[in-house]
Design a protein around this ligand. Structure first.
Ligand code: 3AL
Ligand code: ZN
Ligand code: ZN
Length: 505
C-alpha cells in the first residue's frame, strides 16, 4: 500500500520540485538589493566635519536607514561613536546630491547622442543624484502619454540615479485638454515649451496663446511650465552672416545672430501670460520657470518686476554662462555653441551678481550633447554646428571652480543645485540633508584639483565635445549616494543600476 502510494506521489513531487526550481531561477536572476550599492549596509552613519544642512554647515553625522536620512546630529552628540557601519569622510563636504532639472537624455531615438546608462553614470560620477529629462532630442519627443511610456520603458534597469521627466507643450497638444491631462496623469513633473524653433522637427514652437492654455491645465495639477525664452526677430546680421560677409568660424558671427533682444522680447511676451499664475488669477497653482537665462540687461529687470508683482515665476542659468565669455571663444570652437549664446564678460559678471543676490533662483546643466560630426569640428562653422553644451558630469566642480572668486558658499551651492530644483520638480523628499528626506548625498573635496585630459574618465557619450575638456577644475567627487545606495565611489559604479523613474501622482 505505502509502496503504491509512493509511486503515485513521486511524479507529483518531481513536478513540484521542478516548479520550485524554475521559480527560484526566475527570482534569483533579478539583482539582489546589495548589488545596487557599493556599501553593504541598510543602516549606516556618514561622518564629516562639513555637512551642509539647511541651517548651516555642521560637523557631525548623518544617519541613514532604508534609503532615508533618519537623523542628522552634531559632533557633540556622541551617539554615533558607539555604532558600527560608520563611514568617516573627515573634512570632505557632505552635501545634498545635485538635482539637475534640465538634462537632455536622448534615448530612445538618438541614443548615440546620450543614453540613460551613460548619462546617469555621468550624473552619478558628478554628484547629481536626480535628473529631470527634457522632452526633446530623443525620438519621438515626449509629448503624449504613449511617448512618455517609451521613455520610461527605455530607462528601465539602466538608470544609476533617479530620473523624472518633463513633457512637451507643443501646438498639437496645447489646445487639447484631455491629451495634456493624459500626459500629466501619466506622471510628467511639468511641461516644457519653446518660443523659437527648437532645432528638433517633432518639437515645434509655441506662442503665448499655447502657453496660456498650457498653464490653465497645469494649474489643476500644480505643476510648472519650463520655457525656452527666445523669439526670432529679424536682424541685419542674419543676412550679413549668410552673405558670407562675416566669418562663420568666428564666434562673434554666431553671437550677432541671436542678440539679447531675442531673450528680452520672449520674456516680455511671456510675462503678459504669467500674470495668470498670481493668487486669484485664472491659472493660480501653475508656475513658469525660465530656462537657461543668458541676457542680464533688459531680461533680468523684467523678471524681477514680475516676481515682485506676485507672478509665480523662477529662473535658472547654467554653468557655461557663468564660466565662459564670448571674448575668449576661439575661432571654430563649436563646443561652445549653445542657445541663447554665451555673451560678453560684463554680462557674465552680472549673471554672477544676479545669482548671488537671489534674482536667479537656481542652476541646471542644460546638458544637450550630440555626436562630434554634428559639431562640425572640421569646418568649425558656428552657424551650421549643433547648438548644445555637454557638461553633465562637471557641473559641480565647474560651479565651484568658477564661483570661488565670487565668494560663493556651500549653502548657496546646495540651494542653487538641490533645494530650489527639488521644489521646482515637486520633490519634497529630496534636495536637503534633513531627517525624513531621501539619503541623496554627494561627498566631495573642494580643494582637490583635476585635469580634464585624456587620463580623465568621462562617462557621458562623446566626451570630446564637452566644453570643459582641457580645463583644470577643483572639486572632486568622492562618493554619491542615491536613496542610501552608494552608486558611485572614486571611479566605480554600483554593479546594478537601481535608480528609479520619478512619476508624479
Ligand atoms: N534642442 C536643444 O537641446 N536645444 C538646446 N541647446 C541649446 O544650446 N539650447 C537649447 O535650448
Ligand atoms: Zn533651451
Ligand atoms: Zn535644453
Amino acid at each position: 500500500m505505502d509502496f503504491l502510494l509512493g509511486w503515485r506521489v513521486f511524479p507529483l513531487l518531481t513536478l513540484l520540485a521542478s516548479f520550485l526550481f524554475f521559480f527560484y531561477m526566475k527570482t534569483s536572476s533579478k539583482p539582489s538589493n546589495s548589488e545596487c550599492s557599493l556599501l553593504p549596509h541598510d543602516r549606516f552613519w556618514i561622518l564629516s566635519n562639513n555637512i551642509v544642512t539647511p541651517t548651516g554647515v555642521i560637523s557631525g553625522a548623518v544617519e541613514v536607514r532604508g534609503g532615508n536620512i533618519i537623523s542628522v546630529v552634531n559632533k557633540e552628540n556622541q551617539q554615533w561613536k558607539i555604532k558600527s557601519n560608520v563611514v568617516d569622510y573627515g573634512d570632505a563636504v557632505v552635501m545634498p546630491g545635485l538635482i539637475d532639472v534640465h538634462a537632455h537624455i536622448d534615448e530612445p531615438g538618438r541614443t548615440e547622442w546620450e543614453g540613460f546608462s551613460s548619462g546617469t553614470k555621468a550624473a552619478a560620477a558628478g554628484g547629481v543624484t536626480t535628473l529631470i529629462d527634457m522632452p526633446l532630442n530623443s525620438y519621438p519627443s515626449t509629448v503624449s502619454e504613449e511617448t512618455l511610456k517609451l521613455k520610461v520603458d527605455a530607462a528601465e534597469d539602466k538608470i544609476y540615479v533617479d530620473v523624472g521627466f518633463w513633457g512637451g507643450l507643443v501646438p498639437d497638444n496645447a489646445f487639447n485638454r484631455s491629451a495634456l491631462e493624459g500626459l500629466l496623469k501619466a506622471g510628467v513633473l511639468g511641461l516644457k515649451s519653446f518660443m523659437c524653433p527648437s532645432g528638433i522637427n517633432d518639437f515645434p514652437m509655441t506662442n503665448a496663446s499655447h502657453i496660456k492654455e498650457g498653464l490653465n491645465v497645469l494649474a489643476k495639477y500644480k505643476r510648472p511650465l519650463l520655457v525656452h525664452a527666445e523669439v526670432e526677430l529679424d536682424s541685419e546680421s542674419d543676412s550679413e552672416a549668410s552673405d558670407g560677409i562675416n566669418d562663420v568660424r568666428s564666434y562673434s558671427t554666431y553671437l550677432k545672430t541671436r542678440p539679447p533682444s531675442w531673450e528680452a522680447a520672449a520674456i516680455r511676451e511671456l510675462l503678459a501670460v504669467t500674470k495668470d499664475t498670481r493668487t486669484g488669477g485664472p491659472s493660480e497653482g501653475s508656475h513658469v520657470h525660465i530656462v537657461h537665462l543668458s541676457d542680464t540687461r533688459a531680461s533680468l529687470d523684467m523678471i524681477k518686476g514680475a516676481k515682485s508683482s506676485g507672478d509665480s515665476l523662477s529662473v535658472e542659468t547654467c554653468p557655461h554662462y557663468l564660466a565662459f565669455s564670448s571674448e575668449e571663444i576661439q575661432d571654430g570652437d563649436t563646443r561652445m555653441k549653445c542657445s541663447p549664446p554665451i555673451r560678453d564678460s560684463a554680462n557674465r559678471e552680472r549673471l554672477w551678481d544676479a545669482l548671488t543676490e537671489g534674482h536667479i533662483d537656481m542652476l541646471s546643466s542644460d546638458h544637450s550633447p550630440t555626436v562630434p560630426e554634428l559639431k562640425r569640428f572640421d569646418e568649425g562653422d558656428f552657424l551650421k554646428a549643433w547648438g548644445g553644451i555637454s557638461s553633465l558630469q562637471y557641473v559641480l566642480p565647474v560651479t565651484w571652480s568658477y564661483g570661488r572668486k565670487y565668494g560663493i558658499t556651500l549653502n548657496q551651492l546646495a540651494s542653487w543645485w538641490s533645494e530650489r530644483p527639488a521644489k521646482l520638480a515637486g520633490q519634497d523628499l529630496k534636495g536637503s540633508i534633513v531627517s525624513g528626506s531621501h539619503a541623496d548625498i554627494v561627498v566631495w573635496e573642494p580643494d582637490t584639483e583635476f585635469e580634464l585630459d585624456d587620463n580623465h574618465t568621462a562617462y557621458h557619450k562623446n566626451p570630446s565635445i564637452s566644453a570643459y575638456m582641457g580645463k583644470r577644475l577643483s572639486g572632486k567627487v568622492l562618493a554619491t549616494f542615491v536613496r542610501g545606495n552608494l552608486v558611485y565611489k572614486e571611479g566605480q559604479h554600483a554593479p546594478v543600476a537601481c535608480g528609479v523613474p520619478i512619476l508624479a501622482k
